[in-house]
Design a protein around this ligand. Structure first.
Ligand code: SF4
Ligand code: SF4
Length: 178
């Protein structure tokens, strides 16, 4: 299995949220349901304040706490690439996965009464394209691919101040810090 993951370059991200909007458009998400979100953290004091933006979705974790807490085994880790997906035939909309994900990745669809989340745009990937968050970012701050390759290129940082500890779910995420 070649585990996939995301690389986020916070030195490039300007917090414009184009990735969020592109994801909403692709997945037809109503107001309030966001598979990708941009968090902004303020640090430092005048005269040296700084603002850091980090774009996060599901991290398709190695220890996905959403999975053992799903009472209907609706969430599963796909064998071929480690993407964490939800089987809507099994999901009963209890929201336990939402409560057990430190990243707020599962997003409840009120209309369907089912949980939804980032699926890595596997339909686009099957067509040889990249996830829309990657292609839409005007600063090219997001990359997607085999996590081993991303770690070889960019290192092993997977949390910054303000984020959940990476020790909880072992996210397949690499962050380039400022
Ligand atoms: S980010 Fe949350 S929903 Fe995604 S695999 Fe990890 S624990 Fe599960
Ligand atoms: S909302 Fe669906 S996917 Fe989430 S824990 Fe409940 S049954 Fe499982």
């Amino acid at each position: 299995m070649t585990q996939i993951g995301f690389f986020i370059d916070v030195t490039k991200c300007i917090g414009c949220k184009t990735c969020v909007v592109a994801c909403k458009d692709k997945n037809n998400l109503e107001v309030g349901r966001n598979f990708r979100r941009v968090y902004s953290f303020e640090q430092g004091v005048f005269p040296n304040p700084s603002l850091t933006h980090v774009s996060l979705s599901c991290n398709h974790c190695d220890v996905p706490t959403c999975i053992p807490n799903c009472p209907t085994t609706a969430i599963f880790k796909r064998a071929e690439d480690g993407a964490v997906l939800i089987d809507h035939d099994k999901c009963v909309g209890c929201r336990y996965c939402e409560w057990n994900c430190p990243y707020d990745a599962p997003q409840f669809n009120e209309q369907l009464g089912k949980m939804t989340k980032c699926d890595t745009c596997f339909d686009l990937r099957d067509a040889g394209e990249e996830p829309v968050c990657v292609t839409s970012c005007p600063l090219r701050a997001i990359e997607f691919g085999p996590i081993k390759e991303l770690r070889k290129k960019y290192g092993n940082v997977s949390e910054i101040k303000g984020m959940p500890s990476a020790s909880i779910t072992k996210p397949n995420l690499v962050i380039k810090t400022k």
